[in-house]
Write a protein that binds this ligand. Structure first.
Ligand code: TXA
Ligand code: MG
Length: 310
């Protein structure tokens, strides 16, 4: 993707005016606004139809900027050094005197922060005097956006500007790690849990039903294509789209491959794109073949289970 400086400057123009802009990241597209502005961040919630109680992730260019808003700790620094910029989000203690808008935190004393790797969003962040609050650029509960066209399809003319950065390379949201007391995996995503465990010398596991996990957005339906999804299916029903992760002899207009070689990273990248393609056809439901519940497979299964609760 070529870097178009005038488009980046145009984004800055709108963001400086406290407007929302669709931005590319390596995970999924974000719906971005000035994280220090009450009026800018309230527009995010309105556009997305997002419940006010669901806090936002704030995107930074570097540690220097982060230090204005958060208390850093050792585990954070270890993970930051290894994985940032990249598809990982950290939940840290909010600093007293931080200018982060109360809309972003839902008045809580913690803040989710991330350093995106996409060169275009990094260039944009570098030009700004404030960090960017940015949830995934989709209407609340719907499928996340992985191209600028997806963002357009979600918000149409209601969104002033979308900065194009090509298709998101990871295709799945960031992994969220809570670093307030003991480290916790709050959401599966672009960095595999085993890699985090290796750095922290821990054996953290993602617990779907753990009530102590305070990730409001993780409890409801999400990523929904609007039709039912059946998991672990061997053969699809009539009028059903069939999602596969390895090459099969059967073919047909209802067959969709996330990968042809059972490559789970590739499958994760193709998940939202495929759900969107299926949604735009006239299928009555979606069947998915069994996906191994390891690494990116666990993240895919987690997203599909939530999407299935339509
Ligand atoms: O890859 C990503 O993380 C993308 C791109 C755009 O950066 N963003 C994203 O944001 O996925 P969103 O809003 O769709 O998901 C953020 C999740 C929500 O489930 C929210 O509840 C949780 O992060 N969250 C935000 N702040 C939190 C906090 N302080 N403590 C715990 N969870 C938090
Ligand atoms: Mg989201």
């Amino acid at each position: 993707m070529k870097m178009n400086l005038s488009n980046i400057k145009k984004s800055k123009f709108y963001l400086d005016k406290n407007e929302c802009v669709g931005i590319p990241t390596e995970t999924v597209y974000g719906l971005a606004a000035n994280a220090y502005s009450q009026s800018a961040t309230s527009k995010i919630f309105r556009l997305k139809k997002r419940p006010k109680k669901n806090p936002l992730i704030v995107h930074y260019y570097n540690l220097k900027m982060l230090k204005n808003d958060c208390m850093l700790n050792e585990d954070f620094l270890k993970l930051y050094k290894k994985f940032s910029p990249g598809p990982i989000t950290f939940v840290l203690k909010l600093k007293k005197g931080s200018k982060i808008s109360k809309n972003v935190t839902n008045k809580k004393k913690t803040l989710a922060v991330r350093f995106p790797k996409h060169p275009i969003s990094r260039k944009l962040l570098k030009l700004l005097k404030y960090p960017l609050a940015a949830p995934s650029a989709n209407i609340s509960t719907k499928i996340s956006a992985v191209t600028s066209q997806d963002v357009k399809d979600e918000f149409g003319k209601k969104l002033k500007y979308i900065l194009d950065g090509g298709a998101s390379k990871v295709g799945l949201e960031s992994t969220i790690v809570g670093l307030i007391n003991k480290p916790q995996i709050l959401r599966l995503g672009g960095i595999e849990v085993k890699r985090i465990n290796k750095i922290l010398k821990t054996n953290l596991k993602y617990k779907r039903k753990d009530k102590t996990l305070i990730v409001p957005g993780q409890l409801k339906i999400h990523y929904s294509p609007g039709i039912p999804i059946r998991m672990n299916v061997n053969s699809p029903r009539l009028n059903e789209a069939f999602i596969l992760i390895k090459k099969k002899k059967t073919s047909g207009k209802n067959i969709y491959y996330l990968s042809k070689t059972k490559n789970l990273k590739e499958a994760a990248k193709n998940l939202y794109k495929t759900l969107r393609m299926i949604k735009n056809k006239k299928f009555k439901s979606i069947a998915v073949e069994k996906i191994p519940n390891v690494g990116f497979g666990e993240a895919i299964n987690d997203r599909l289970l939530r999407a299935a609760k339509f």
